[in-house]
Design a binder for this molecule. Structure first.
Ligand code: SF4
Ligand code: FE
Length: 485
């Protein structure tokens, strides 16, 4: 296990090709646009070494028996699945933002099980190769991203039907020592400050799409790999010398997402974990999506805890905390957040063992969890904004507050109750602004897949035929079994 600072040092040692606002970034660990995201990921290392969180965030490797960071662990019980949710909530509470490391963790768990199944089915050697990677990830406590979503081009067409074949990552050449891949992965959380990417296909495939059925690991500085960091709401505040106006200055408002370009990138065979097995892509997509959707009643509830706290503190500063309607809204926010937590805990408790020996959350309940997040987080944000008031959108900048001519007016008229300085209200408003406006909310909608992706999975698992038989038995229609099983 490494420390947060050792993680930062490991980032400084690699030289990925990465751009932001037209600038080629020399050191992600030291650039103001990236520092909050680096800090959030670093906390996954720091909390694992803190006595208060060590039990939650460390465990034993099932491969080596050595102590490892939980983010490199393969879940071997429902207890592990529940623990993940608790760990994510704890981290979300401390960062108030996305800490990004979960995506690669979920990818490790999904690829672990699917490579095992592939080898059983086709006598391939993917699983052993994957175990070698897993051992390295655990030994180096490596932060890797999980890269699934392709740009997709025309959504009505399959990968092989696209007029531009690069809209999905695909194999362009098979060589004696590896494969060459081309394409892109879009809005990949943590890609900018990870050390490598575990790349997976994104949608079910047919035989014609076999070149797109590819899964592999690639270090961030592989030749031909290009990262373009995405813009976020108010991101210019990170580079303009503002502190208070950034809101969550330490950890940012959301995870750092990048577009990853694969411009004919060579992948040696030892890092290839699927190569043309189009009929196993669905399992990989479903297992990864289940693992990641399971998370959202953990991390987002941790963020909600911080948001509810900020809203309550702001109500005190504004003199409204004792009003009955404010308390009622705070109760409603808490109820919504805890409902999400219930969902994540439930899908974890209902998890089950896969043939490879690892455990996966219940897919139906995990998808319900994430679908609820696309709604409840917006409602929690709406209530926070309701309580915060219009100043959330109209407050002057901290630069005006510091100004020698007008600063005294900003201070005088931003102040709430007499014994609390204006700065306190400014800091709380900016924190709530960051957590409830723009990019942060969109992440709750589309992170881990859009609502429609969850609905498709829910439909697949809903088993309406059985529900119909239940009704037919009760209504005395057709055959009357003793029980419907
Ligand atoms: Fe982890 Fe995803 Fe939550 Fe970010 S949004 S903290 S990557 S589960
Ligand atoms: Fe996400």
């Amino acid at each position: 296990m490494i420390s947060g600072d050792e993680y930062r040092e490991s980032l400084r040692r690699v030289k990925p090709e990465i751009y932001y606002m037209g600038e080629k970034i020399e050191s992600v660990a030291d650039h103001p646009a990236f520092i909050p995201h680096v800090n959030a990921a670093a906390l996954t290392y720091e909390m694992a070494q803190a006595p208060e969180f060590e039990e939650l965030l460390t465990t034993k490797s099932h491969l080596t028996g050595k102590k490892i960071n939980f983010f490199t662990h393969i879940h071997h019980s429902t207890h592990d699945l529940v623990r993940k949710v608790k760990a994510l909530r704890a981290l979300g509470q401390q960062t108030g933002s996305c800490f990004a490391r979960c995506v690669g963790h979920d990818a490790l768990n999904a690829v672990f099980s699917v490579t095992y199944d592939l080898d059983k089915k086709n006598s391939t050697e993917y699983h052993q190769r994957f175990l070698n990677l897993l051992k390295e990830v655990q030994a180096r406590d490596l932060f890797i991203s999980g890269a699934m979503t392709d740009p997709k081009g025309d959504r009505s067409l399959s990968p092989s039907e696209q007029s531009d074949p690069d809209q999905y990552v695909h194999i362009v050449e098979k060589k004696r020592d590896g494969i060459v891949v081309r394409g892109a992965k879009a809005h990949i959380t943590g890609a900018a400050n990870a050390l490598g990417h575990l790349v997976m296909p994104t949608t079910s495939m047919q035989e014609a799409d076999a070149d797109y059925a590819v899964c592999f690991y690639v270090p961030v500085d592989a030749p031909g790999l290009i990262h373009i960091f995405g813009r976020q709401t108010n991101d210019e505040r990170k580079c303009g010398g503002c502190i208070i106006d950034q809101g969550n200055v330490e950890y940012g408002i959301v995870g750092g997402e990048s577009l990853i370009i694969f411009d004919n990138v060579f992948i040696p065979w030892e890092n290839v974990f699927m190569c043309g097995e189009y009929d196993s892509v669905f399992e990989l997509v479903e297992r990864f999506a289940t693992a990641h959707r399971q998370n959202y009643g953990g991390c987002k509830v941790g963020l909600s805890d911080a948001l509810i706290g900020a809203t309550y503190a702001l109500a005190e500063v504004q003199g409204t905390a004792k009003a009955a309607h404010i308390r009622d809204k705070l109760i409603e926010m808490t109820h919504l957040a805890e409902t999400l937590y219930c969902c994540s805990i439930a899908c974890s408790c209902q998890g089950y063992r896969l043939p490879a020996g690892n455990f996966m959350a219940d897919p139906l309940l995990a998808n319900v969890t994430k679908l609820n997040v696309t709604r409840h987080i917006y409602e929690i944000a709406r209530l926070a904004q309701d309580i915060a008031g219009g100043m959330l959108a109209t407050m002057p900048s901290e630069i005006d507050w510091h100004d020698s001519r007008i600063g005294k007016y900003v201070d005088k008229y931003i102040k709430g109750v007499a014994d609390v300085p204006a700065e306190t209200r400014m800091r709380l408003l900016r924190l709530i602004e960051g957590m409830t406006c723009g990019t942060a909310l969109v992440e709750s909608m589309h992170g881990a897949g859009s609502p429609q992706a969850q609905k498709i999975m829910i439909m697949r698992r809903a088993n309406w035929e059985r529900k119909k038989r239940l009704a037919q038995r009760l209504a005395k229609i057709g055959e009357q079994p003793r029980f419907v099983c």
